[in-house]
Design a protein around this ligand. Structure first.
Ligand SMILES: C[S@@+](CC[C@H](N)C(=O)[O-])C[C@H]1O[C@@H](n2cnc3c(N)ncnc32)[C@H](O)[C@@H]1O
Length: 335
């Protein structure tokens, strides 16, 4: 099989450039958390730049993630349409594609997946209670208004408590798409070993699987229906400085729901620090992962090695010249 050399490997490459090397109709599940196209977290994601970004604040006076740039959504759509078309090609008939996103640009991502030929079957929701509030007050601008002090105070009083429209963001939407099945679900399962969900998987207090989940204990009712195990302190690795590591329990839940075959291959085209691969390996499934940043690939390699001591995991195929060229092309297309 053409894929054999990539199975259970993390590949350092630009995803769009690398995808044609993967065999068609060969992947059981794609589970990924792509760049959300907010600020610097896009398809040009640079390790140094992202690591030095002062965590939340500020990009030219607006909190990171909140600079409104209409073109970003369009760039995301164009790029993700190309990615999704390739994912469509490599997934088995009936294969599932889970893709995380942000509430702001979910619509662009889901449209790209849809336009690539997938059936959007559901939107999953990762619910949480804690996040940095990003709304800004306008006192600072009122202070600069060329009016007398009394009028300034009046405006301040009038707008007391009113801020820019960014309340605490407390969920992440995840598109759940499916490549059309080969005839019926039953036929597809028997022939390709993928295409249905495992309802023996439980969530919360031994409940039927749901499209909402949380890893924070919220209250009895919510926990009973939607709670997944909390991340352990060591699951991510102390050395792991990736900014957007996903909880292992979420990846495990989605893989358990969707991967039927013993030999299932779970593919993550934006592997980051390797959470999807760690989850797949823990569940006895195969994986293939790609990330353009070598530092993250090395973190994935280390996390995976901690599971079984094996280290033959890293293939480097990145061609920086080509990578830069392909990104330039995307930018030119958008101009
Ligand atoms: C949101 S992160 C994934 C984090 C991951 N879920 C984890 O738990 O660590 C997205 C990843 O996509 C990678 N990336 C961005 N553009 C890429 C590209 N064009 N090709 C391959 N990887 C890319 C970034 O380096 C980043 O690590």
């Amino acid at each position: 099989m053409k894929n054999n050399k990539f199975v259970n490997k993390i590949i350092c490459a630009d995803t769009l450039e690398f995808l044609p090397q993967i065999e068609e109709n060969s992947i059981d599940v794609v589970l990924t958390d792509p760049p959300y196209f907010l600020d610097k977290l896009d398809n040009n994601w640079d390790y140094e730049e992202v690591s030095n970004q002062n965590n939340q604040y500020t990009i030219k006076s607006l909190p990171a993630g909140m600079k409104f740039d209409r073109a970003q959504g369009k760039r995301f759509y164009t790029w993700y349409l190309d990615i999704s078309r390739e994912i469509f090609r490599i997934l088995k008939p009936g294969g599932f594609f889970f893709s995380f996103s942000s509430p702001r640009l979910y619509h662009r991502m889901a449209s790209a997946i849809d336009d690539a030929g997938f059936e959007i079957r559901d939107a999953f929701m990762w619910l949480y209670t804690q996040n940095q509030a990003k709304a800004m007050g306008v006192d600072h601008f009122i202070k600069k208004m060329n009016i007398d002090e009394k009028a300034r105070e009046k405006i301040k009083e009038k707008l007391n408590g009113w801020k820019t429209p960014q309340i605490k963001s407390c969920f992440e939407p995840i598109a759940m798409a499916q490549k059309p099945t080969d005839q019926t679900y039953l036929n597809n399962m028997l022939k390709h070993e993928v295409g249905m969900f495992n309802t023996n998987v439980k969530i919360g207090d031994n409940m039927y699987p749901a499209n909402v989940f949380t890893i924070d204990s919220i209250n009895e009712l919510v926990d009973r229906a939607f709670l997944l195990p909390k991340p352990t302190k060591k699951e991510k690795g102390e050395y792991n400085d990736h900014k957007t590591v996903k909880p292992l329990a979420i990846c495990e839940y989605l893989i358990k729901l969707s991967a039927f075959s013993k030999n299932a291959v779970i593919f993550d085209p934006f592997m980051g620090s390797g959470t999807t691969a760690v989850a797949a390996k823990k569940l006895g499934k195969n994986f293939i992962g790609i990330d353009a940043n070598e530092k993250y690939v090395k973190i994935s390699e280390r996390r995976l090695k901690e599971l079984d001591g094996k280290s033959d995991l890293f293939i480097k195929t990145v061609n920086q010249q080509k990578y830069i060229r392909s990104n330039l092309q995307v930018q030119l297309q958008m101009a």
